[in-house]
Design a protein around this ligand. Structure first.
Ligand SMILES: NC(=O)c1ccc[n+]([C@@H]2O[C@H](COP(=O)([O-])OP(=O)(O)OC[C@H]3O[C@@H](n4cnc5c(N)ncnc54)[C@H](OP(=O)(O)O)[C@@H]3O)[C@@H](O)[C@H]2O)c1
Length: 345
C-alpha cells in the first residue's frame, strides 16, 4: 500500500466523478474502509458509495470533518476548496486539491508526480497544500515531458478533444440523455452545456476572455505548463474542444524541439517514461483513442511523426513533430494523480 498505510484519508466530493474514482483507487491501493471519510454536501448525506467489495456511507462535510485526518483529497468546487482547505490544514491534514483554486498560487506546488515530484515540500513547515493540475495539462505533459527532457522544447501547439465527463458526473448523464433523445428523433435541451453534446463538437464550455479570445481551459494549459516545467520560455498555444465522448481526453500536439531528433530518437525518449504507453502501429492504423485509454492508468501516445511542413537536417533529424495522446482524465487527469501525490506526502 506504500505510504498511505495507516493514514486516515478524507475524500471531499466523494459522490462526484472524481471523488468516486478516488474511492475506487484508494480501495485498489488497499486502504481499509475505516480509514476513509467520504464527504460531500448535505444533499448526499447518508448515500452509500462503492468502496472495493463493500460500501462507505457519505456524510456532510463540515469544519469538524478534518480532525484526525492525515490527507484530505478535495474533489469539489474551487469555492469549497478556498473555504475548507485552510480548515483541513489547520487541523493538521495535508491537502491535495483538484480544483483550480490554488493552481497558480506561487506558494502552492502544482504537481504531476512523473514530471515534478520534487516540487512537493517536506513536512518541516507543517501540513502541506498541493494543487492537482488541470486534466488537459496533465495529459499534455505526460506525453511531451520525455521529449522536453531529451531535446528541449521551444513551442507547443495543442488541440484537445475533451470528454464530457471533464464537466462532472452530471455531464455524462446529459450525453446519455441527449443521445437517446436524438436517436429517437425527440427534442431535448442541454442543461449542463450551452450546446448539445450529442453528435456535436463545440468550443470548451469554460468562460471566454473577450480580450484574448481564449477560454479558461486554454489559458490553464498555457499557464500551468510553464509553472510545472518551471520554464517561462516555452511558447505554447491551445484550442480546447468538447467531443461526444464519455471519458478520456485526446490531444493533438505539435512540438518544436530545441535540438533536432529522428522519429526513433523521439520514440526512444518516450519508452520507459512512467505512466506513458506508446500505441503507434502504423501498419495496423492503431493509435491512441479514448476507448483504449478509458479506465486505465496510462496516457497513450502515438501518431509520432515529423511535422509535415518540417525539413530534415543533413543527419535526417527534425525540429518539429506531431503526435497524439489519449488519457482517462478522471483517473490520471484527476483522481489517480491526486492519490499518487498523496502517496508521496
Ligand atoms: N471531471 C474531471 O475529469 C475533472 C478533472 C480534473 C479536475 N476536476 C475538478 O475536480 C473537481 C470535482 O469535479 P467532478 O467532475 O468530480 O465534479 P462533480 O461530478 O460535479 O462532483 C462534484 C462533487 O462536489 C461535491 N460538492 C459540490 N458542492 C458541495 C458543497 N457545497 N459541499 C460539499 N460538497 C460539495 C458534490 O457533492 P454532492 O453530490 O453532494 O452535490 C460532488 O461530490 C472540480 O473542481 C473539477 O474542476 C475534474
Amino acid at each position: 500500500m506504500g505510504s498511505l498505510s495507516g493514514k486516515t484519508i478524507a475524500v471531499v466530493g466523494a459522490t462526484g466523478a472524481v471523488g468516486a474514482e478516488m474511492l475506487g483507487i484508494l480501495a485498489e491501493r488497499g486502504v481499509p474502509d475505516d480509514r476513509v471519510r467520504a464527504v460531500a454536501s448535505s444533499r448526499s448525506a447518508g448515500r452509500e458509495m462503492a468502496y472495493g467489495e463493500g460500501l462507505v456511507t457519505v456524510t456532510e462535510v463540515t469544519r469538524e470533518t478534518f480532525g484526525g485526518v492525515d490527507i484530505a483529497l478535495f474533489a469539489a468546487s474551487s469555492d469549497l476548496a478556498r473555504e475548507l482547505a485552510p480548515v483541513a490544514i489547520e487541523a493538521g491534514a495535508d491537502v491535495v486539491d483538484n480544483s483550480s483554486a490554488f493552481r497558480m498560487d506561487t506558494a502552492v506546488p502544482l504537481v504531476t508526480p512523473e514530471v515534478n515530484a520534487d516540487a512537493i515540500p517536506d513536512r518541516s513547515k507543517g501540513a502541506r497544500l498541493i494543487a492537482n493540475p488541470n486534466c488537459s495539462t496533465i495529459m499534455l505533459l505526460m506525453a511531451v515531458t520525455p521529449l522536453y527532457r531529451a531535446f528541449g522544447c521551444r513551442r507547443l501547439v495543442v488541440s484537445t478533444y475533451q470528454a464530457v465527463s471533464g464537466a462532472g458526473a452530471a455531464a455524462m448523464d446529459e450525453l446519455r440523455t441527449l443521445t437517446t433523445a436524438a436517436l429517437a428523433g425527440e427534442d431535448a435541451n442541454p442543461t449542463i452545456f450551452s450546446e448539445s453534446c450529442a453528435f456535436n463538437v463545440f468550443s470548451h464550455d469554460s468562460p471566454l476572455d473577450p480580450t484574448t479570445g481564449r477560454n479558461k481551459e486554454e489559458q490553464k494549459m498555457l499557464d500551468e505548463t510553464r509553472k510545472i516545467w518551471n520554464d517561462a520560455s516555452v511558447e505554447i498555444t491551445a484550442t480546447c474542444v468538447r467531443v461526444p465522448v464519455f471519458r478520456a481526453h485526446t490531444e493533438s500536439i505539435n512540438i518544436e524541439l530545441a535540438e533536432p531528433a529522428t522519429v526513433d530518437e523521439v520514440r526512444g525518449s518516450i519508452v520507459g517514461f512512467a505512466g506513458v504507453e506508446i500505441v503507434d502501429d502504423r501498419a495496423a492504423n492503431r493509435f491512441p483513442t479514448p476507448l483504449k485509454a478509458a479506465h486505465g492508468d496510462a496516457v497513450l501516445v502515438g501518431r509520432i511523426r515529423p511535422d509535415g511542413s518540417a525539413q530534415p537536417d543533413a543527419n535526417g533529424r527534425y525540429r518539429r513533430f506531431d503526435l497524439m495522446c489519449s488519457g482517462d482524465q478522471i483517473r490520471k487527469g484527476a483522481a489517480l494523480n491526486a492519490v499518487q501525490i498523496a502517496e508521496l506526502l
